[in-house]
Ligand binder design. Structure first.
Ligand SMILES: [Zn+2]
Length: 63
């Protein structure tokens, strides 16, 4: 089964926020294994600087 349902339980997804320290661009993407805060992220699409992961948090899934 691809979709497992947990009755009566809230479901969460984990998101990672990457932030560019140069131009302050913030990008939200799904959490990936081995992500951690202050790790180098992807290259900023706006100014080309390496972004860093500034936050990782759980988001409640909405239906
Ligand atoms: Zn930037």
């Amino acid at each position: 089964m691809a979709n497992r349902l947990f009755k009566g339980q809230k479901q969460f997804k984990v998101v990672t926020i990457e932030e560019c320290l140069s131009c302050k661009l913030k990008m939200k993407r799904p959490f990936k294994i081995n992500d951690y805060v202050y790790k180098e992220g992807e290259v900023c699409q706006k100014c080309g600087t390496k972004m860093i992961i500034s936050a990782i948090y759980k988001e409640e899934l909405k239906y």
